[in-house]
Design a binder for this molecule. Structure first.
Ligand code: SAH
Ligand code: SF4
Length: 381
């Protein structure tokens, strides 16, 4: 299989074009078509000579994601289900600005992207891991989730603009093509990002590059279930990516019950790795803490949780559990969530509680894919 054009760096592209005897400015033209105009075919690169387009096509693939399904209305959380060239399904979730969560108040939209098809880590509450791990996503498949949503948005915007000017037409207008929707990324979709480390880093560098996605490193949050060795590795990278830890249990006994990964990397090892990250990056770590009824929502858990947060200077995001079809875990009553929040506040923790109803459209990643795959597979026996 040919390498995909959206998996290589500017320097790599420049070297190839130089080999082919092309003038230096060609690299910039190609990159503009890929990342500014986000075109879906070589033929759309109209300022490149035809023989160059043919040569690019012989040497690289230009794969785009196929939209299978979109759920949710504009200005709410919208979920995209994509089909990859090999038929596998993945999800991305587009979330309107929520300044309190990740990033700053200028945020427009956050995109949550997937890094693997399925997940090998098998957290007991999670839909992504239910059917196991199928494969890693390539760098271009991670990058393309951003490009494909931007492409979709350009078409949508054009529709609105042409309706307003009553001009008609399905293809995006230049003004819409240049617009950008996503300026914040969370790597919290399907899969364990740090288990696909090299492809993830490659993709994030392409999305971060000024000639590529142009998304600031501090606007990119990587969420991990706690792969301690890879957290240390990430700490040594030059970029200021943000880190979120899916904690969900403040003591080993609780955490190991719902997250098998905790047996391999228990809290002592994990917090040591996070300390390294925090020291090197000089920025806040976020703890994600899903509240699951009767599992980790007891007030006795707030003390050890506050101790961890204080030690790591971490901010805590409390997220009431989204129920998953086929799993018996439940979301605690609102009063329980509020009491948990107050207890942490009283212990001096910086903490937020997600109150919106994300569950409406299967907002927890992995659920839409699971449902669609099961529907495609036909009715259960
Ligand atoms: N594998 C990584 C990133 C993907 S999961 C990780 O575990 O961090 C993204 C987040 O969604 C994690 O915090 C995960 O614990 C959470 N999550 C999974 N299933 C959920 C559910 N049903 N309700 C709420 N959050 C869920
Ligand atoms: Fe995998 Fe994250 Fe789901 Fe755990 S929570 S199964 S690591 S995707």
């Amino acid at each position: 299989m040919l390498p995909d054009i959206k998996s290589i760096t500017r320097a790599e592209l420049e070297a190839r074009l130089k080999e082919w005897g092309e003038p230096a400015y060609r690299a910039g033209q190609v990159l503009d078509w890929l990342y500014k105009r986000r075109v879906a075919s070589w033929d759309a690169m109209t300022n490149l000579p035809k023989p160059l387009r043919a040569k690019l096509a012989e040497n690289f693939s230009l794969r785009v994601l196929e939209l299978v399904l979109k759920q949710g209305a504009r200005d709410t959380t919208q979920k995209f289900l994509w089909r990859l060239p090999d038929g596998a399904l993945i999800e991305s979730v587009l979330i309107p600005a929520n300044p309190a969560l990740y990033g700053e108040s200028s945020d427009r939209h956050t995109l949550c992207v997937s890094t693997q098809v399925g997940c090998a880590y098998g957290c007991k509450f999670c839909a992504s891991g239910l059917d196991g791990w199928k494969r890693n996503l390539g760098p271009e498949e991670i990058v393309e989730q951003v490009m494909a949503v931007e492409r979709w948005n350009a078409v949508e915007r054009s529709k609105v603009e042409s309706r307003e000017s009553s001009a008609g037409g399905e293809s995006p207008r230049p003004s819409a093509l240049d617009s950008r929707l996503i300026n914040n990324l969370v790597i919290m979709g399907m899969g364990e990002p740090l288990a696909n480390y090299d492809n993830l880093l490659k993709a994030l560098r392409l999305l971060n590059a000024p000639w590529g996605g142009g998304i600031g490193a501090r606007k990119i949050t990587i969420s991990t279930s706690g792969l301690a060795p890879q957290i240390r590795k990430l700490a040594a990278e030059p970029e200021q990516f943000r880190l979120a830890l899916s904690l969900h249990g403040a003591i080993d006994e609780v955490r190991a019950r719902i997250m098998p990964v905790n047996r391999k990397h228990p809290l002592a090892e994990l917090t040591a790795a996070l300390e390294v990250y925090q020291r090197r990056k000089d920025q806040l770590i976020t703890f994600e803490y899903i509240l699951i009824a009767g599992v980790n929502d007891g007030l006795d858990q707030t003390k050890p949780l506050a101790a961890l947060a204080t030690r790591l200077n971490a901010k805590v995001n409390l997220i009431p559990y989204n129920t998953v079809e086929g799993l018996s875990w439940a979301r605690p009553a609102e009063s329980v969530c509020e009491a948990f929040l107050s207890a942490l506040e009283n212990l001096g923790v910086t903490v937020t509680l997600r109150r919106e109803k994300g569950g409406d459209i299967d907002a927890a990643c992995g659920q839409l894919r699971l449902k669609t795959e099961r529907e495609l597979a036909g009715p259960a026996a």
